[in-house]
Design a protein around this ligand. Structure first.
Ligand code: NAD
Length: 463
């Protein structure tokens, strides 16, 4: 979209917002219902678009994208009235008579920039939150998932209120053109590098930002856990979306006593889930681009390949791969892998494991397999992370009632469910005071007796 058109469109969205059309419950509900219709009627088209973008299977697509966003819509529809209700505050005796409420107000016209790896989810889940909160929205899907981006643009124009929601397609150039405009909030999902740039630009206009970034999520496997179940869950979570998941287990830290047993279980699980030749599995996705393929290939040179390793650049295929004999200093342990390579490292004590984790601080998620409460508490207390999942993986992000987001280097701000509604609202403090009575006690001149009396009242009732 040409910059002049962006400005024109933004002016229209601002007019819509100023008209208060989007503020009421019925508009918000109508948009959520329209989004629900879009998801239901275009589910197959969405699945086909994502398959064309990077070979994701319809089943994976359903579980991780359309069903999740559909759930977010249902959750919002069920709770919207409650979320919109002002919170009453207790009024201390000396401020009576009046009403004190915190009212949730929409932010205004917001920008949502989505990532390619979950191209539906990272665009539409924030959109659900933004619409539920009564905002006008400019949505910029990722250019790296072009089929999905096109379908979102067409679908949203047809289903949603086009005076309040606009999709701008394109890449970094279009995103930069958008960032030159002032928004009331920028919600960004993607890499740290771009996140930094967005925050810098936003500081010029004092625009609030929410950054949903990545990181290196560790998975710690302690002693006395069911290794077969742990292995299946790890393999499922790691190789879903061919490892291109922000909360995928990036690497495994296995206790020295169980590592030899865990490894064959991991290999067995790969065979069970994807067959002897995962390239032919209908459930195994491709790497999104040759650039990412080459980046991942260069990370495969450390240690030993204990499973997988096969690849085909033309097909952008990399087999589910397990790497062993990896040192924490290898390049594969220094950046977010974001692909189907799973380094398995061993440790002796939980402190040793935690010191490896601390080399890549603030992961988006931490995974831990253990029956031991003391170990769980130790990990909780030692690692800062956006989420924590014990004895399983990924599900902490699938529960609509749990806030989702990072901390520190993995980003800030929360969404999903109520947290998303709050992220796109601000809470205005409203005190509606009665005009009577109007005792002169509150006004100067105070004098020692009056001041002493007022002081007693304030200290007694001001809680
Ligand atoms: P990316 O940062 O390259 O791109 C994301 C979006 O930013 C795209 O829409 C892109 O067009 C836009 N963009 C690119 N350059 C820009 C610029 N200079 N200014 C403004 N916008 C720009 O990220 P990606 O490769 O699509 O995603 C991978 C990263 O995203 C990984 O680190 C992953 O962990 C993270 N991620 C995080 C979450 C989360 O929920 N926290 C979800 C998915 C992905």
């Amino acid at each position: 979209m040409h910059p002049d058109m962006i400005q024109e469109k933004l002016a229209e969205l601002r007019r819509t917002f100023a008209s208060q059309k989007t503020a009421g419950y019925s508009w918000r509900r109508s948009q959520l219902l329209a989004l629900q219709r879009f998801l239901a009627e275009r589910e197959n088209d969405l699945a086909e678009a994502v398959r064309m973008d990077f070979g994701k299977s319809p089943a994976e697509m359903f579980f991780t994208e359309t069903a999740f966003v559909g759930g977010e819509v249902r959750h919002a529809l069920r709770n919207l009235r409650k979320w919109m209700k002002p919170d009453r505050a207790r009024i201390p005796l000396h401020y009576r008579f009046g009403r004190a409420r915190a009212e949730a107000c929409p932010l205004g016209v917001v920008l949502v920039i989505g990532a390619w790896n979950y191209p539906v989810n990272t665009c539409l889940a924030p959109l659900v939150s933004a619409l539920a909160a009564g905002n006008c929205v400019v949505l910029k899907p990722s250019e790296q998932a072009p089929h999905t981006s096109r379908l979102l643009a067409e679908g949203i124009a047809n289903y949603l209120d086009d005076s309040a929601v606009e999709v701008v397609q394109g890449g970094a150039e279009e995103a930069r053109a958008l960032l030159r405009e002032r928004f009331d909030c920028i919600f960004y999902t993607g890499s740290r590098r771009v996140g930094r740039e967005i925050m810098q630009t936003a500081s010029g206009t004092l625009t609030p930002v929410i950054l949903e970034l990545g990181g290196k999520c560790p998975c710690i496997v302690e002693k006395n856990t069911n290794l077969r179940a742990a292995a299946r869950r790890i393999v499922w979570a790691k190789f879903l979306n061919a490892g291109q998941t922000c909360i995928a287990p990036d690497y495994v830290l296995a206790h020295r006593d169980v590592a030899d047993e865990l490894l064959p279980e991991l290999k067995k699980a790969i065979g069970t889930l994807y067959g002897p030749d995962p390239e032919r599995s209908a459930d195994y996705a491709r790497i999104v681009s040759h650039r990412h393929f080459d980046r991942l290939e260069s990370l495969m040179h450390a240690g030993n390949i204990a499973a997988g390793g096969e690849r085909d650049r033309n097909d952008r295929y990399i087999a589910p791969t397990i790497l062993t004999d990896i040192s924490p200093d290898d390049p594969v342990m220094k950046e977010e892998i974001f692909g189907p390579l799973l380094p398995v490292l061993t440790y002796g004590t939980i402190n040793e494991a935690l010191s490896i984790v601390s080399r890549n601080p603030d992961p988006l998620a931490v995974y831990l397999f253990t029956p031991d409460k003391a170990v769980t508490e130790k990990v909780k207390g030692s690692v800062r992370s956006g989420g924590l999942c014990i004895n399983d993986l990924l599900f902490q992000s699938a529960i609509h009632g749990l806030p989702f987001g990072g901390t520190g280097l993995s980003g800030f701000g929360r969404y999903h469910g109520r947290a998303g509604f709050d992220a796109f609202s601000y809470r205005r403090s409203v005190f509606h005071h009665s005009i009577f009575p109007d005792p002169s006690l509150r006004y100067p001149p105070y004098g020692p007796a009056k001041f002493g009396f007022l002081r007693k009242i304030v200290e007694m009732f001001d809680t």
